[in-house]
Design a protein around this ligand. Structure first.
Ligand code: HEC
Length: 122
């Protein structure tokens, strides 16, 4: 009787530690897989920030206006911080749940192509 209890206890311990050893491995594999392909909206991990921003911008932001509003004479955006704010506000209005770095990618693309603020001031 005592031996059987001991046997089951150690069996339980072994299976618990096996399960723990398995867990991190599967997490690692899913993380590695999702790094390779698309990370959403046709955007791929290996693109540069400006390329990702351009793709996100062209897919989402040219429905109401062309890029001519960014270069018109009395354009409203005056600073890089203002650009970030505006991109964030437009994305929220469009029901896009963009991460902070997606907003920054779009702002970087628009800065490189139309605004020339030279990025965030350090
Ligand atoms: C639902 C329509 C709509 C969509 C979609 C839209 N915008 Fe706009 N956007 C506007 C309107 C309207 C204005 C103001 C135009 C004006 O003042 O004449 C504007 C103006 C802007 C300006 C200001 C330009 C300047 O310097 O004066 C920026 C920057 C801008 N949009 C960025 C974006 C970005 C980035 C997206 C995508 C996330 C986007 N817009 C999507 C309607 C839209």
């Amino acid at each position: 009787m005592k031996m059987t209890t001991w046997f089951f206890c150690s069996l339980l311990l072994v299976s618990v530690s096996l399960a723990q050893a398995e867990a991190p491995k599967t997490q690692e594999m899913t993380a590695a897989n999702s790094d390779i392909d698309e990370i959403g909206d046709g955007v791929k991990e290996e693109m540069t920030a400006v390329e990702r921003g351009k793709q996100l911008h062209n897919d989402n932001c040219l429905r109401c206006h062309g890029s001519d509003v960014y270069t018109r004479r009395h354009r409203r955006i005056r600073t890089y911080a203002g650009l970030i704010n505006h991109v964030q506000r437009c994305a929220t209005n469009l029901n896009k749940q963009w991460w902070e770095d997606e907003v920054a990618d779009v702002a970087d693309y628009m800065d490189a192509e139309f605004y020339f603020f030279g990025g965030p001031k350090k």
